[in-house]
Design a protein around this ligand. Structure first.
Ligand code: HEM
Length: 192
């Protein structure tokens, strides 16, 4: 073994150690507060719901045609001809109802426990922006469903689609970044 080989092995083990350290410090070694209730999990579950909506939405983007004449047929094509398309389409359609419920119960818990007070004012403000964006996502999505799609002007439909698949999700990712950064800075409230 020459010196180059040993350098590669050393750098690989340091990388592995660094990655393991990063995962342990941020995930596996972190403790869950004792007696955590379902209400206390709603922030995390809202994030899981967002990730599910994002991944099923990306799948649907491959098939959906944002055009008055073809959109309905494209939804039917995903549901009837694409393997597991019906399941992914159903998850993407039912998910928002559950997500809105989760975000509201997360907010109500914070409100009733008074966790919005100093030093968590900005958590609350960024959270309120997330609530508005979640509701906008819900509304624009409902305008793209099979029931509502026929009433649109063609340009109107393309705009709604662009806002639904790009504008709002990107803003949500930004506000989530701010929200989680702040939660990491103060730590979660003891009274979870
Ligand atoms: C998509 C929407 C949202 C997601 C994904 C989300 C996610 C989270 C997560 C994972 C936490 C840390 C764990 C926890 O305390 O539950 C958290 C904390 C917090 N969230 Fe949200 N949240 C959202 C919306 C909101 C809304 C609508 C509000 C209020 C208007 C809000 C206010 C707060 C506050 C004040 C904290 C700090 C709680 C503490 O320190 O214990 N969030 N959020």
């Amino acid at each position: 073994m020459d010196s180059n080989d040993s350098q590669v092995i050393v750098s690989e083990t340091t990388d592995k150690g660094f990655l393991r350290e990063l995962i342990e410090a941020n995930l596996t070694r972190r403790l869950i507060p004792k007696g955590l209730s379902w209400f206390g999990c709603m922030g995390g579950l809202s994030l899981v719901a967002f990730i599910i909506q994002l991944s099923t939405g990306i799948f649907l983007m491959f098939y959906f045609i944002p055009n008055i004449r073809e959109s309905l047929a494209s939804i039917q094509h995903v549901s009837h001809s694409v393997p597991y398309g019906w399941l992914i389409q159903r998850i993407h359609a039912i998910g928002p109802h559950i997500m809105v419920g989760m975000v509201f119960s997360h907010m109500l818990r914070i409100l009733f426990k008074g966790i919005y007070r100093h030093p968590r004012e900005l958590h609350w403000v960024s959270g309120a922006c997330l609530l508005i964006l979640t509701l906008l996502m819900y509304y624009t999505g409902s305008l793209l469903t099979a029931h509502n799609i026929n009433g649109h002007h063609p340009i109107h439909l393309t705009r709604i689609y662009a806002i639904h698949v790009a504008g709002i999700p990107l803003s949500m990712a930004l506000f989530m970044g701010i929200h989680f950064f702040m939660v990491r800075k103060t730590g979660i409230c003891e009274s979870l």
